[in-house]
Design a protein around this ligand. Structure first.
Ligand SMILES: [Zn+2]
Length: 466
């Protein structure tokens, strides 16, 4: 070092903050970090610089660092911001505005990342994702599959249609050109053969894939082909039934329908088959998204009156209109079908618990969005965590299914998942301890998104009611 620089350096030691006096943008002092790896409550001060956690100090080191803005958390609980690992933005271009309002609902509920599992608003979703990244728009980080892959004339608008294996590279090229964060498979008209071909092709390209599963293939075939995530528990249940091969053959021969197969599979649940299926899922590191809360909501649409739900006020008239389809379906169902659905739902709670006991990685996802009646963006993620705990999953493990597992699934764990140095500063500050009562996840004091502190009352005030 030449003399000139030595002098400058010496002057800086005297006059500037110096190496041990770095000035951070935000200091969150006197909080208790819930360590999601160990379950410990750790008195810490969290220092943020730009959009990252720069330092996590023990409380007794207080005063060692300075920040432009200091917030005294007074013993409140610090968690990584929640991830909702299954949402939808959809409903056609006329609902773009009402879908966009979900962004504030997510943030007001402490959700700092969402995994969009496919819809028909991809250009708008990509635009929001960009604007949020550039801080031109307030909302959670969006990870998206873009359009779903399905067969000819699929149920959901906007899906890419795979009729022959030749359609697969074109579809995957188009997703990679965007690029999307994962590939979402749907099974309304997709053939079993094409389904397995797609999974193998995504494996070859190194893409992350999750989806439903046509009942014309087995769960073992799907896992062996290389799927990374299973959305909903119908498909896991199929893989736990002693009669899976027989049901699969009947589905191929079109002798059975999806919902007709359900009670047959349920009654053939076999614990030894289930345990080997769980082991296969675990060994192949397949994540499962149980979506218990929406299952509960939809199973009881015939009995529960939702017209006075407080969250209904946050849904625009267009979104509310999309709820009618499933309501009509529930009302048309026979007594037997209604009973079967409720029985299935009770079983899914047990299945989620069994998967967890067998160490299969779960992800908390709400499936909120248009058409999914009364499953409201934001609050429904908290309901999902509550449903997991009700099913017997310990609160700490339920919390792990949100940010840590969501980040791990999308291979974003270098940046997200824990309150640690160098991670993105996405945090939620709770007034109560969710390890004691999972409902405390809703008791939000403050949300930090990429280092920007959002007061909960201000977030609530920004919500648009209809
Ligand atoms: Zn969904």
């Amino acid at each position: 070092m030449c003399n000139k620089y030595l002098i400058l350096w010496a002057l800086c030691l005297i006059g500037c903050a110096g190496p041990h006096q770095e000035v951070y943008d935000v200091a969150l002092i006197n909080g208790r970090v819930i360590n999601l790896e160990t379950g410990a409550l750790e008195p810490k001060d969290v220092y943020i610089k730009a959009n990252r956690i720069a330092k996590v100090n023990d409380r007794d080191q207080a005063g060692a660092a300075h920040a432009k803005e200091t917030v005294d958390l007074n013993g409140k609980y610090i968690l990584p911001g929640f991830w909702d690992n299954h949402v939808h933005f959809r409903g056609g271009d006329s609902l773009i505005g009402e879908n966009k309002e979900f962004l504030n609902l997510f943030l007001a509920n402490g959700i700092t990342s969402v995994r969009d599992a496919g819809g028909d608003l991809t250009p708008a979703v990509l635009q929001w994702k960009d604007e949020i990244e550039n801080k031109q728009l307030q909302g959670p980080t969006i990870f998206t599959s873009g359009p779903k892959l399905d067969g000819k004339n699929p149920t959901w608008a906007g899906s890419l249609e795979i009729e022959t294996p030749a359609d697969i590279p074109k579809a995957l090229d188009s997703l990679q050109a965007i690029p999307t964060d994962f590939v979402k498979l749907y099974e309304s008209t997709l053939t079993g053969e094409n389904y397995l071909h797609i999974i193998r092709a995504t494996e070859q390209r190194g893409l992350i894939t999750s989806g439903h599963m046509p009942f014309t293939v087995t769960l073992a075939e799907t896992v062996e082909a290389g799927i990374d995530g299973i959305e909903h528990l119908y498909y896991v249940m199929k893989g736990c039934a002693a009669n899976e091969a027989e049901i699969t053959a009947k589905m191929k021969a079109k002798e059975l329908g999806f919902w007709e197969a359900m009670p047959l599979l349920l009654s053939a649940y076999d614990d030894s088959v289930a345990q080997s299926t769980f082991k296969r899922l675990k060994d192949h590191r397949v994540f499962v998204v149980p979506t218990l809360h929406i299952g509960e909501t939809l199973s009881y649409l015939d009995e529960v009156d939702h017209t006075h739900d407080p969250y209904l006020n946050y849904m625009g008239p267009g979104i509310r209109k999309t709820y009618q389809g499933r309501i009509n379906g529930a009302m048309r169902a026979s007594q037997e079908q209604r009973r079967d659905r409720k029985q299935l739902q009770r079983f899914f709670g047990q299945l989620a618990k069994s998967l967890h006991s067998a160490e299969v990685a779960l992800m908390a996802g709400s499936d909120s969005g248009a058409y999914n009646s009364y499953t409201y963006p934001g609050i429904s993620l908290h309901k999902e965590l509550e449903a997991m705990v009700t099913a017997g999953i310990p609160p700490l493990d339920a919390l792990r299914t949100s940010a840590p597992n969501g980040a791990l699934f999308l291979e974003k764990d270098a940046d997200y998942g824990y309150v640690k140095e160098n991670k993105i500063a996405d945090l939620v500050i709770l007034n109560g301890n969710p390890l004691e009562r999972i409902t405390e996840t809703k008791n939000i004091h403050m949300v930090v998104k990429e280092g920007v502190v959002h007061n909960k009352m201000k977030l609530d005030a920004q919500l648009k009611s209809h």
